[in-house]
Write a protein that binds this ligand. Sequence first.
Ligand SMILES: Cc1cc2nc3c(=O)[nH]c(=O)nc-3n(C[C@H](O)[C@H](O)[C@H](O)COP(=O)(O)O)c2cc1C
Length: 326
Amino acid sequence: MSETVFKTRLTDLLGIRYPVLCGGLLHLADANYVAAVVNAGAMGFISALTFPDPEQLRDEIRKCRELTSGKPFGVNLYISARPDANDRLIPLVSVVREEKVAVVETAGGSPAAIVPLMKEAGIKVIHKAPAIRFALSAEKAGVDAVILVGAEGGGHPGYMMVGTMVQGAIGPERLSIPVILGGGIGHGSQLTAALAMGCEGILMGTRMLVSEEIGAHRAYKQRIVSGDGLDSLVVMTSFKNHHRVLHNEAAEAVAALEKSGSQDYADYADLISGKRAREAYATGDTSQGMLDYGQSACFANEIEPVVTIIDRFMQEAALGLKRIGI
Ligand SMILES: Cc1cc2nc3c(=O)[nH]c(=O)nc-3n(C[C@H](O)[C@H](O)[C@H](O)COP(=O)(O)O)c2cc1C
């Protein structure tokens, strides 16, 4: 494989082999999974909010450090749009600084308050944004790189629902810092396409859910294997909090509530609670919970180790290059 082609400002920034990021996965991206991603040559992020007790997060970071034998790895910091909800993030940010992780992936709200805290500690910041205007603000705030995620993506693709193909072309045109493309990515040829558009790497979430190292029930992973990505549903649009999830009974109930015109959050609380999603991951009962899931599930056809998924992805990327004569 022509590895030099896959050397970009992103691989230089993070000291990684492949320009591939595996984004934070609430309740799922723990030390085991992130270490597998890092050891496969990509970059992974422990989801801080999975470990609301700061000492638990510290243990997870230390475990990951051991499993990766000192290679750089990251932590995901999801910033809520509701400032009061970020109180729980403050002690976690302190742990990330004290433990001097290599990089954080910020997402959700503006990273402006977090950037100086990370810079002081020598930690790189990559901000994930759902549209170019937020990416431009993040660049101004001093982040090292941005991830632009398109509407195809699992989780929160933003209320503007801009497609990945548009994000991939507009990002490098408007920004000077490296741009990473995400949303619906699960085949290596999409990395080739992203590089051709001027992006310097890609990000995956849904594609990785069927990894052996993801600590969820096998029945949950089998459900994703049997899915085709068309079975996702975007809910909470009436709250402008678009959420692309597996089309299950709970998501249908949420869609029905929205259709009925309810704007009372209390009506939704149980259906959308994180507890329900955690139970689904633990028991394999995928009928409940808002289970983040995007269109790239169509590429997740087998439960496999992370390294197998990443190796194949890079082979597909190399084949993509050959196809266009590089
Ligand atoms: C199960 C799951 C959980 C996620 N949890 C988080 C999270 O905690 N923080 C975050 O920034 N993004 C989260 N995301 C979004 C991913 O990091 C990534 O941006 C998204 O999955 C990319 O789109 P894709 O699913 O099409 O690959 C999650 C996605 C999934 C599928």
